[in-house]
Design a protein around this ligand. Structure first.
Ligand code: UT7
Length: 333
């Protein structure tokens, strides 16, 4: 029998401030109708100044730890995924470690944007199966609101993104019941890096910061929305099919699909492409917007706490985003 990795706890946390489409209408050139039609988003959460992604990650981690019925001190490794760290460096893994008071254990930061949680889960799965670590905390957290551009230059992005965090605890499954992470195929294509990126600050040009960088808004996230959309609806289904094939499963075997919550229309097209009934596709973008790395663990935690996901269910996660990076995970719960 080979060791498998199971998710024993999940948690999520979003900052209390809710920002509706109508709130955005008051500060920028957009409309509730445009946002709903193009993305399915109704509202999202924004932090107050002074709250970082490590703070949201910490709150989500506490919930996942409680849900897994373990002690903080049982955790022997941390993996953190974010594209919006508190600081340029260090990453948020060590900040979460310090907030939890877990001295000396390793903390790894993953920089794979919307696919960050799936990359983190894949790394954790391999550590658990190699018996390197016993209980790994994964956090995925984003605070995007401080760098949104509410002018016409940035309105495509400003309305889509939200702040939030999700967390899971993974451990080895010692029972011979075949439950656990079955596979996590990962992909990337860096030729498209500039189609969805935040170019600055970066260490390629001197001076590090300049008037031109500030005036050209090169520190804002930029996205070729149509290119990203087209690739997302193609690559996520591909990654799901590959993961199912690797395990001799078909789409009929899937109880729930949790796609990265990038856009309601993307999720619907992914479902159509895969021919999976829409009731099996977990969607919550209406309430959270796109929370990048955090979107899948937030949706997973909601689905578990609503009692949707039952023991033995096949759940497939898939994501696509900046890099490009994409991937999927097939899990028998
Ligand atoms: O997490 C992964 C990363 N992101 C994504 O997956 C997002 C992928 N892309 C998308 O979701 C969509 O491309 C968007 C929602 C970003 C845009 O939807 P679209 O149907 O592709 O719209 P568009 O880019 O074709 O823009 C249509 C129009 C433009 O005006 P013109 O050029 O037709 O006059 C935009 O300027 O909508 C305008 N527009 C807006 N109007 C009102 C762009 N943003 C807004 C806005 N409010 N917030």
């Amino acid at each position: 029998m080979s060791v498998k990795t199971i998710i024993t706890g999940t948690g999520h946390f979003v900052p209390p401030q809710v920002v509706t489409n109508f709130d955005l209408e008051k500060i920028m050139n957009t409309s509730d109708e445009w946002i709903r039609q193009r993305s399915g988003i109704v509202e999202r959460h924004h932090t107050e100044s002074g709250v970082g992604s490590s703070d949201l990650a910490y709150e989500a981690a506490l919930k996942a730890i409680e849900n897994a019925k373990i002690e903080k001190s049982d955790i022997d490794f941390i993996i953190a995924a974010t594209l919006s760290p508190d600081y340029y460096f260090p990453g948020i893994g060590v900040l979460v470690q310090a907030k939890l008071g877990l001295a000396d254990i390793g903390a790894l930061d993953v920089r794979n944007q919307c696919t960050g949680f799936i990359y983190a889960l894949s790394v954790a799965d391999h550590y658990i199966r190699a018996q390197t670590y016993k209980k790994i905390l994964i956090v995925a957290a984003e605070v995007q609101s401080p760098n949104l551009d509410y002018s016409d230059d940035g309105r495509d992005i400003a309305v889509l993104f939200g702040d939030g965090a999700g967390s899971v605890i993974v451990e080895a499954n010692d029972n011979d019941d075949d439950r656990g992470i079955l596979s996590t195929p990962l992909f990337s294509d860096g030729r498209h890096a500039s189609e969805l990126w935040m170019e600055k600050p970066g260490c390629k040009e001197k001076p590090f910061l300049s008037k031109e960088v500030l005036e050209g808004k090169r520190y804002r996230a930029k996205m070729d929305g149509r290119r990203v959309f087209i690739n997302a609806v193609e690559k996520m289904p591909e990654a799901v099919k590959i993961a199912l094939n690797q395990n001799g499963l078909t789409i009929e075997d899937v109880d729930y699909l949790i796609p990265h919550q990038a856009n309601e229309r993307i999720s619907l097209m992914v479902a159509k492409n895969l021919k999976i009934p829409i009731e099996k596709v977990i969607r919550n973008i209406d309430r959270f917007g796109n929370t990048t790395a955090a979107s899948i663990p937030i949706a997973l935690d909601e689905a578990r706490s609503e009692g949707k996901i039952k023991e033995g269910n096949i759940v497939v996660l898939t994501a696509f985003g900046s890099g490009y990076t994409w991937g999927s995970a097939v899990i028998r719960f």
